[in-house]
Design a protein around this ligand. Sequence first.
Ligand SMILES: [Zn+2]
Length: 241
Amino acid sequence: MSIPDPVVAPAGKVVGVDLGLNRPAVTSNKQFLGERRWKEQERRIFRLKRKLQAKGTKSAKRHLRKLSGKLLRQRKDHDHVLSKRIVAHTPAGSTMVVENLTHIRSRARMKKKTESQRRLHSWSFAQFHAFLTYKAQEKGIRVVKVDPRHTSQTCSRCGHQARKNRRSQSLFLCRECGYCLNADLNASHNIREKYLSSLASLGISLVGGSSSSGLSSQPLVGEGQAPGLSRGGLDTRPHTL
Ligand SMILES: [Zn+2]
């Protein structure tokens, strides 16, 4: 049981972050973060693990234990580096929006994205999210989660949603309006937009979509900031009501 945090309209900028495989993270600020080689590094170990599992001998099991430890350490390392970079590229006082990938493996609807795009099948979102959240809090950045559905298939310009919109792993081309851009960047805009519209549906309006319209005590779906973290002293923008 958790008590939902009170919802506050974002005071600073709102930044959407898409977590993927081609690029570990792409932000709506057009930052492409993380290393492409991570995918191959992690995959190599993953494949080797599979091989050893199939072998099943005593020595194979011993190697497997070592390898599992190695993979976990490597992921942890990558998660630390990636979360650090995302926070470094996000202004203090902003709200960072990520997809909630907690139950990603049990979601049949997300199957396609899970298998082809997520960093790895067994990648732990919980660990990454924990790293991201504490690093963000140190800088006065709030991390919120949104439902990941359709974020990769929807056009961030006209809102047209179709699976065919996604031309390839890296390119998005809207069948309706012809908007063409990096697929992960398009998703990051949708992730940001999802959060903004969830605020709008609660009657919290945003000025210009990026600055605050004041405070609200209404509860919001998803995550709020951790108790005890004060953003009041960090945001120096004038607030309008
Ligand atoms: Zn479009």
